[in-house]
Design a protein around this ligand. Structure first.
Ligand SMILES: *Cc1c(COP(=O)(O)O)cnc(C)c1O
Length: 393
């Protein structure tokens, strides 16, 4: 009997194929095509355990491997292979990255970035004497100047929720030259939109909760790196802090990842249509989306991303005689019927929220900025609902 051929090497495949094919069990006659959900807290083991042997499920767990394999293949592309580590949440992954900061060290970070990450940075700064240098991540000169004597550079691009776009090759190259470790939060762009490791990042971070899992039903995070020593440090952090994911959540994330290419393609295309129409809408004062030719991040996004992402920033127009832009923005959120008023993003369902309703959001984010996460529904249905909500008195 002929042997079943093995899967093709992921590095030879396009991202839209990797999301479907990576992390599958070996091809065997009558074998499973999907990974199972192994439920184990421990494994049979005796004597001295080697690093690649399973022994206790907090240190390493075979339930994580298929997803980790697929994400590593996606972020590393055809280049040198790397390692992905799944975490219990995006915040757990951020905490692992911040643990790289020495006592009294210096962190360079975007003034606009995921807000809970910013809160954690402030807490670490207060408790461990870490200096925080906030930069406009789109201002390359300012980022490069801030790297002097720093220990870690955190990049988000596009940023949450302002959608600023960093010059990734320039800032990551400068960090490398200055001996500063760099981390890119790639949650908004996904590995289909950009691969920061190719631009010189040391670590890529994901809130898997968002696009990768894609169905608003799990909270998970991940880190990817090609640096084996760094991977070992981050893995040790995960083990010692117990920042680990449950088997079923990781299985759901891989199940969600299978359709990432289609979901992201549709969401990006609809976002570009909605952004263009919103610019023309009589009740809209400002639209932020890198697909718009007038957007500050347009040229850079065009040069370094595939597509422009599916998050839009919108500020409704204040009503004549009304000096209450916040009330106006809240009224739009209250009036949508198809769009979900909810925090989070990257799911199949479209969502919106006024970001400054969170007291921890950066004060430089306009109070009436609505963040729209475009899902995969019919674009005309999304438009009619948005249009009626914007026109609601
Ligand atoms: C949601 C989010 C996070 C945090 O991830 P959780 O999975 O919610 O812990 C980090 N970065 C960005 C850009 C996010 O949108």
């Amino acid at each position: 009997m002929s042997t079943t051929p093995e899967h093709p090497e992921p590095s030879t495949l396009a991202p839209a194929t990797i999301v479907v094919s990576a992390g599958r069990p070996a091809r065997a006659q009558g074998g499973h095509i999907n990974p199972s959900v192994p439920m184990n807290s421990t494994y049979v083991s005796r004597g001295v355990v080697t690093p690649d042997e399973l022994s206790y499920a907090r240190g390493d767990n075979d339930a994580w491997h298929p997803f980790e394999e697929a994400l590593a293949a996606l972020e590393c592309g055809g280049g040198e292979p790397g390692e992905a580590l799944v975490f219990s949440s995006g915040m757990a992954a951020i905490a692992a990255v911040f643990s790289l900061l020495p006592e009294g060290g210096t962190l360079v970070l975007p003034r606009h970035a995921y807000q809970a990450g910013m809160v954690l940075a402030r807490q670490i700064s207060e408790r461990h004497g870490v200096t925080l240098r906030y930069v406009d991540i789109a201002d390359t000169d300012a980022v490069v100047a801030a790297l002097d004597g720093a220990d870690l550079l955190l990049v988000e691009s596009p940023t949450n929720p302002m959608l600023e776009v960093a010059d990734l090759p320039a800032v990551l190259g400068a960090a490398r030259a200055a001996g500063v470790r760099s981390v890119v939060d790639n949650t908004f762009a996904t590995p289909l939109g950009q691969r920061p490791l190719e631009h010189g990042a040391d670590v890529v971070l994901h809130s898997v909760t968002k696009y990768l899992a894609g169905h608003s039903d799990v909270v998970l995070g991940a880190l990817v790196t090609r640096d084996a020593e760094l991977a070992a440090t981050l893995r040790e952090h995960r083990t010692l802090h117990g920042a680990i994911a449950g088997p079923f959540e990781v299985w759901l994330a891989l199940r969600g990842l299978r359709t990432l290419a289609l979901r992201f393609e549709r969401a990006q295309a609809s976002a570009a249509v909605l952004a263009r129409r919103l610019v023309e809408h009589p009740e809209v004062a400002e639209v932020r989306h890198p697909s718009l030719p007038g957007d500050p991040g347009h040229d850079r996004a065009k040069a370094q991303m595939t597509g422009f992402g599916a998050i839009i920033g919108v500020r409704p127009k204040g009503r004549a005689g009304s000096a209450d832009p916040v009330g106006r923005a809240d009224a739009v959120v209250d009036a949508v019927r198809l769009w979900l008023p909810a925090t989070s993003l990257g799911g199949v369902e479209s969502m919106l929220e006024r970001r400054r309703r969170w007291g921890t959001e950066a004060q430089t984010v306009p109070e009436d900025l609505l963040r729209l996460s475009v899902g995969i529904e019919d674009v005309e249905d999304l438009w009619s609902d948005l249009d009626q909500a914007l026109r609601t008195p």
